[in-house]
Design a protein around this ligand. Structure first.
Ligand SMILES: Nc1nc2c(ncn2[C@@H]2O[C@H](COP(=O)(O)OP(=O)(O)OP(=O)(O)O)[C@@H](O)[C@H]2O)c(=O)[nH]1
Ligand SMILES: [Mg+2]
Length: 301
């Protein structure tokens, strides 16, 4: 049977569990409930920022740096385009291909670019249960800021790059509100200092680090900053609060999914005549739905 705690022991088992989590996340959460962690184990670092700033490239460089220091690293790429239409999923997968071989990478599809879907929340739980020291999550920051990243990450890293107008857009989009650490990427480009000086006051004391992800410049310094920030949060106890918040988010999404499925089933069983002739059907539907949900929890999804 796929999707048992024993599967988490090796990469191929983990891949199978994650594929199942993509199709049937509720099933995975129920089957693995014995091995999901009770104490925070992985540092969950969210990486966001406008399109093309170098998030995927930075994740590769970070993974390389962290792995060479002996940490186990997994990357989870939340991508808004469907695997059926290709697009960004393929893009992220391709650009992240120089990830060190010991790191684990997985992309998950999100139909709504402002949300982290249940399949991604489940993948996070699974990766943490598998014992990764770091789980780095990439979410798109194009258009409206994805605030869901705040609910899943211990630390949010906002990536920016030097380009005309980009700084103004980032600030308008609210990116300067959500970061714990700011990265001005593409430091190899001459305008990088301008961007750095522009961003610095908006960061209000939070660290701003200039790196070149592509040429792996200053990535070690960034890792030191990340480690320092994580340590500080761990001492303050805020990592546990973050973890509780992520679980709350996961449970909300899991319950919504359960409810949606049950509602679709319930309504699917109604004939057209019933819908027409029974304007009072709601009370009865609520009663049936309760019974249906109770059965599902007992029997599994
Ligand atoms: N010059 C320079 N180019 C970089 C650097 N980092 C990334 N790039 C280039 O920027 C482009 C976009 O990089 P990605 O890593 O795909 O950016 P992304 O933010 O993940 O992009 P999306 O996922 O599409 O939003 C690629 O062509 C990279 O090679 C850098 O440090 N310097
Ligand atoms: Mg990317």
């Amino acid at each position: 049977m796929v999707g048992t705690c024993a599967d988490l022991a090796d990469r191929s088992g983990l891949s199978r569990v994650l594929s199942l989590a993509e199709a049937r996340p509720l099933e995975v959460l129920l089957r693995l409930s014995d091995c999901l962690v009770r104490e925070p184990r992985s540092a969950v670092v969210g990486v966001t920022g406008p399109q093309g700033v170098g998030k995927s490239t930075l994740i590769s460089s970070l993974a390389r740096e962290l792995s060479s220091g002996g940490s186990r690293v997994a990357a989870l790429l939340v991508d808004p385009s469907s695997p059926l239409t290709g697009g960004a999923v393929l893009g992220n997968r391709l650009r992240i291909r120089d990830l060190p071989s010991e790191a684990f990478v997985r992309s998950v599809w999100a139909e709504d670019e402002r949300a982290v879907p249940l399949r991604a929340l489940t993948a996070l739980e699974v990766l943490e249960a598998a014992g990764y020291d770091y789980v780095i999550v990439e979410t798109p920051g194009a258009g409206q800021v994805n605030t869901s990243i705040l609910r899943i990450s211990d630390l949010v890293l906002v990536v920016l790059m030097p380009l005309l107008g980009d700084e103004v857009q980032a600030i308008k989009a609210g990116l300067m509100e959500i970061g714990d650490v700011y990265v001005v990427n593409k430091a190899d480009v001459p305008e990088a200092d301008l961007m750095y000086n522009y961003v610095k006051p908006f960061a209000k004391g939070r660290p701003v680090v200039k790196v070149s992800a592509l040429y792996r410049k200053n990535v070690g310094e960034l890792v030191e900053v990340l480690r320092g920030e994580l340590r500080r949060r761990s001492l303050e106890g805020s990592i546990e609060r973050k973890r509780a918040e992520r679980r709350r988010y996961l449970l909300e999404e899991a319950l919504l999914e359960l409810l949606h499925d049950a509602i679709r089933e319930e309504l699917g069983g109604l004939a057209s005549e019933e819908l027409l002739k029974r304007p009072d059907a709601l009370a009865e539907l609520v009663r049936d739905l309760k019974a249906r949900l109770a059965n599902r929890i007992v029997a599994g999804p």
